[in-house]
Design a protein. Structure first.
Length: 319
């Protein structure tokens, strides 16, 4: 995924959320609607989340050090996980609590035109932000479904913005429904019900984000298409005749570590093998631009070593 595409989506979402949050809090002050208060906190939390993503992206660009020899690419995953925590606690749990209090002590919605106008404005603004996120995602999504794109994306920014904007739009519709029914029936309980629905939605989205970013933090390998390209690029059919086994790991969204044991001809000289390994590395980087760190170990192919896999105890020579 293009980092610039993710940044554009984040900035668009941040701008929209700051404006929306201010409008919601003003409308809450005039109307007393708990749905608007929950939505205001939600927009404020989303703004903080987008700031976290921008900070994570900047910190991930730091150069590698002796203590962190593979760099700081995973900082983007750390800050993405923090986003899920903020969305769960500040957004979801607060909204559920506020909705419960409104149901327990209901009061009518005052100055109904304030919440309705602000919610309609927010739907338009969030829709514009969501459209930007969709446009940027389509550059890399290819033929994947939206669910598959969110689950397989190695860069966390666009999936997070997509889910946040999607959740915000549904939340706004729920808030509008809760406020509308409360106004029509003069029963503030419905405003509380809408608020609890908003909180429940945010909690579900936060849990989905937490699960996906946790997987990235633990360490994910390259997708099957990338693995196939890398395997094909390693083999030249002359000196490098096959791949005995291989491991890949994302050090960051655009940084891939590749470690493999490759089969070479038993009668090749050390110089020929070294040149073949260098050439294989060049082919890999051409086939997979995200390949940053490559370790290739030459060996003589054996069925036992190949079937045992990289975790098996190896004797000298790998056979």
């Amino acid at each position: 995924m293009s980092a610039s595409g993710g940044t554009r989506a984040i900035i668009a979402a941040l701008s929209a959320n700051l404006a929306i949050a201010a409008a919601k809090f003003v409308a809450f002050a005039f109307s007393g609607s708990s749905s608007l208060l929950a939505e205001g906190v939600h927009s404020l939390a989303d703004s903080g989340n987008q700031a976290l993503l921008l900070i994570g992206g900047k910190r991930a660009k730091r150069a590698a050090t002796e203590q962190h020899p593979f760099g700081y690419g995973r900082e983007r995953y750390v800050y993405a996980f923090l986003v899920s925590i903020v969305l769960f606690s500040v957004g979801g749990m607060f909204a559920v609590y506020e909705g419960y209090e409104k149901i327990r002590q209901p009061h009518s919605v005052d100055h109904w035109y304030w919440p309705v106008a602000v919610l309609l404005f927010a739907i338009v603004a969030e829709g514009s932000s969501f459209r930007t996120a969709i446009k940027e995602s389509n550059h890399t999504r290819g033929s994947l479904s939206w669910v598959a794109f969110i689950r397989r994306a190695k860069a966390p920014e666009l999936p997070i913005v997509l889910l946040e904007d999607f959740g915000a739009l549904i939340g706004l519709v729920l808030a509008l429904a809760g406020v509308g029914i409360a106004i029509a029936t003069d029963d503030g309980t419905w405003d509380g019900v809408g608020t609890i629905c908003i909180g429940s939605l945010l909690i579900v989205i936060a849990l989905v984000l937490a699960a996906e970013t946790k997987s990235l933090l633990i360490g994910e390998g390259a997708n099957p298409e990338s693995v196939a390209r890398i395997r094909a690029a390693m083999i030249d059919g002359e000196t490098v005749t096959g791949v005995i086994h291989m491991r890949t790991l994302h050090l960051g969204p655009e940084e891939l570590l590749i470690a493999a044991k490759v089969a070479v001809q038993h009668d090749d000289t050390a110089v020929e093998v070294a040149r073949a390994i260098d050439a294989a590395e060049e082919r890999i980087r051409t086939a997979e631009p995200f390949a940053r760190v490559i370790y290739l170990e030459p060996d003589i192919y054996s069925d036992a070593a190949a079937s045992a896999g990289p975790d098996a105890a190896q004797t000298p020579g790998g056979r």
